[in-house]
Structure formats: structure tokens, C-alpha cells
Design a protein around this ligand. Structure first.
Ligand SMILES: [Zn+2]
Length: 394
């Protein structure tokens, strides 16, 4: 049966959004850790379809079904164990504390996970933090909780309207929300007339996924793929005035800073939307070519009897391992996050091991899922006397 190929945009409600790519049978939740290979292999799957809105430049999955998602406590997506990422968030926190004079203030982090970012903000400015995240649960390796931070295991809602706030941060959360307009409108209502509050949001940059072909970033958990244009459009539409939108982390992320405003009206930049439309038009073909090229490389390594490991058990690594036939070719995935060690990759079933395990395994090829970490991985491998070829999964 022919599927419907148009959809209503989740940011601007234009009915003219059109499906431009499909990724069948993707794992439903990437960042859940499975204690056995059998459980990992039996993890639920669903098709991903992406639609592009020619009005506001937004990209989203019109078939996203929240009923099959469950952000339970086994969810683990912290990147804070990587020195490169840690440097990035430390610089980001310092910049925000300095520019917005966050000293002895109240800071809310929506979707703040285990509170890593909030802790930085509180340390730097002696601030008080409130972290609201449905997946929050302290693990045995997480150490004592910072007394300045309160954790609430919940979704953000009107119930938190009375909480003091000078600054509201939300990083890598808005892309997981099926109805971002309803969420932002709720947030705007809870802020009311407290016009001095500043918002800082960070999300993956869809332009990077499309233009730089970061195809392993396309995961079921992301209902939305924001472009700078659609993110600004969303905020303006929902009663915020945008102070700044910029790319960060080598272009992989978008950062937006905004304040509540009385009257706002989104404006459309035709040139910006046309540029995204161009990337969208050629994406499905470029995506298929890239998957075929990666499959050919894997086949060549198999022919040559090379032992291959993947570095990075985040969503990129998980998508790569599930998009290609890797189950009987790649045995291990390396990750620096100790919370992941001994667990198994959803869908594809590889065991996640610490870098030190490679000393004994001695792979021929280390496939690096995010090239931004190449330098630190090269250093770690040298320290444990692993001479494998480092290959960025571009
Ligand atoms: Zn739209």
C-alpha cells in the first residue's frame, strides 16, 4: 500500500512537509544498555521516515510514536567521559556563566541527565541547580550528589512554574520531543512575566547531518532535526526573542540563546530555507551511496581477515552497526564511559569494552565513529600499545 508522503510540520504547522528519506527497522532506543547479547538482539525496531518542511526548513519524523519509547533509568548517553567533549562543555559553561553573570543564581536544566552540565554551572558560579529529567537515577559509579543540585525524575511541565529560575538550560532534549511547539508554549507559560530569564538550548545541527553526511546521527529517538532556521522559528513562534543562534562543536551542534518576549512573530528567510531544500533534495541518494561504500569497505576488511572494532558506543556507533551487516564481523565496541562496559549494543549485539581491552585483542582497524575524537583516541591507543589503523567513519 502506498504510504502518505506529506505531513504537517511540527514547528510551523505547514501541511506541505514531504517525506524525503526512509531508514527501515532502526532500533527504537539507541542509548539503552542491555545486560546480555540476547536481550540486545531482541531490542524493538521501527522504521524512520524523515520529512522536510519547505516553509520553516524543519526536518522531522512524521511517524514517530511515543508509545514505543520508554526513557527508563537504563538510558545512558553521557559524553562527559571524553576529554574533547569535556573541554567543550567546560568552555561552554564558563562562557554562559560569564556572559549572563550566573553567580549565586537559580538554574534549571531540562533533560539534564545525570547533572554533569548543571554541576559545572554550579561550580563555576556557586549557583543553585534544579535538574528535571525522566531518565535520572543515580548509578553506583556516580559518587555523592552535589548539595547545590536538586534532581527531579520527571518531564518538565506546568507543575514547575513556581520554581525560581534566572537561567533555563536544555541540552540535547528538544529533538526528543514530539510536539516541540506544545513544549515551548508550556515553558513560555511557566515563565510568565519573568522577562529577565534567559534560555540556552543546544541540539544536533541538521545541516551537519545533511550537508556533511553525518548519516549515523539519524536515530529513532530524534523526532526533530533542527536547522538554525527552524529552531529560531520555533522559539519566535512560542513567545521568545532570539538573542543568538550559532553552530558549535565543529558544526555538529546548534546553540540558541533567547529571552521571553511580549509579542513575537517568526520571519521566514527564503534563502536559508532554499539552501536546506537543496541538501534535502540530494540526501536520499547520497545516504544510499554512503551506506553502500561503507559496506564495501567492511567486505574488503573481511576478505583480508582484518579484526575490526568500532570506537564509540553512542548513537552514531549504534546506527552504523545496525545499518550494516556487522554482527558476525565486529566483536567489540570501545567506549570511554565506564557505565557502558560489559553491556551490549542494542540491535546488533556487540559487547562494549573499555579501551584497555584492546591491548589484548589487538585489532587491525579501529573505526572511529566521531572524527572529532581522532586525536584523543590516537593518544589513548599509543598509551596501551595498540598499533591499529585508525579509520574515521566519515
Ligand atoms: Zn515548518
Amino acid at each position: 500500500m502506498e504510504q502518505i508522503h506529506t505531513a504537517v510540520c511540527t514547528v510551523c504547522q505547514s501541511p506541505r512537509a514531504a517525506v524525503f528519506m526512509e531508514a527501515p527497522r532502526a532500533p527504537v532506543i539507541c542509548n539503552v544498555l542491555w545486560p546480555t547479547r540476547a536481550a540486545a538482539l531482541a531490542a524493538p525496531r521501527a522504521d524512520i521516515r524523515l520529512a522536510f518542511c519547505p516553509h520553516c526548513g524543519h526536518i522531522f519524523n512524521p511517524d514517530f510514536d511515543p508509545a514505543i519509547m520508554d526513557y527508563n533509568v537504563a538510558y545512558e548517553n553521557s559524553l562527559h567521559f571524553s576529554p574533547r567533549f569535556q573541554q567543550y562543555v567546560e568552555a561552554l559553561a564558563a562562557d554562559l556563566v560569564q556572559r549572563y553573570n550566573l553567580r549565586q543564581k537559580d538554574v534549571i536544566d531540562i533533560g539534564g541527565g545525570k547533572g554533569d552540565f548543571l554541576k559545572l554551572i554550579c561550580d563555576l558560579g556557586d549557583n543553585r541547580g534544579l535538574s528535571i529529567d525522566p531518565s535520572y537515577a543515580p548509578g553506583p559509579q556516580d559518587g555523592p550528589i552535589d548539595p547545590r543540585i536538586t534532581f527531579v525524575q520527571d518531564y518538565y511541565s506546568e507543575a514547575y512554574a513556581d520554581r525560581r529560575a534566572d537561567f533555563i538550560a536544555s541540552r540535547h532534549t528538544i529533538e526528543h520531543i514530539q510536539n516541540p511547539v506544545a513544549f515551548m508554549q508550556t515553558l513560555r507559560r511557566t515563565i510568565g512575566d519573568r522577562s529577565e530569564i534567559v534560555l540556552f538550548f543546544e541540539a544536533p545541527n541538521a545541516r551537519f547531518t545533511l550537508h556533511d553526511l553525518a548519516i549515523w546521527d539519524i536515530i529513532y529517538e530524534h523526532c526533530s532535526y533542527f536547522t538554525a532556521h527552524s529552531l529560531g522559528f520555533l522559539f519566535t513562534r512560542c513567545g521568545f526573542s532570539v538573542l543568538d543562534i550559532r553552530e558549535s562543536f565543529g558544526g555538529q551542534f546548534l546553540c540558541i540563546e533567547a529571552r521571553p518576549a511580549q509579542q513575537t512573530k517568526p520571519t521566514r528567510d527564503a534563502q536559508a530555507v532554499d539552501a536546506i531544500a537543496h541538501d534535502v533534495a540530494v540526501f536520499a541518494e547520497r545516504h544510499a551511496q554512503k551506506v553502500a561504500q561503507e559496506a564495501a569497505t567492511l567486505a574488503e576488511w573481511r576478505r583480508d581477515g582484518k579484526k575490526v572494532v568500532v570506537w564509540g558506543a553512542g548513537s552514531k556507533g549504534i546506527t552504523y552497526l545496525n545499518s550494516l551487516n556487522t554482527q558476525d564481523q565486529i566483536a567489540y565496541v570501545v567506549d570511554v564511559n565506564p557505565r557502558k562496559h560489559g553491556m551490549f549494543i542494542t540491535g546488533a549485539g556487540q559487547e562494549i569494552v573499555p579501551p584497555a581491552r584492546l591491548r589484548e585483542y589487538q585489532p587491525d582497524v579501529v573505526l572511529v565513529m566521531n572524527p572529532i575524537y581522532l586525536d584523543e583516541i590516537r593518544q589513548m591507543l599509543a598509551a596501551i600499545e595498540v598499533t591499529a589503523e585508525l579509520v574515521p567513519a566519515l
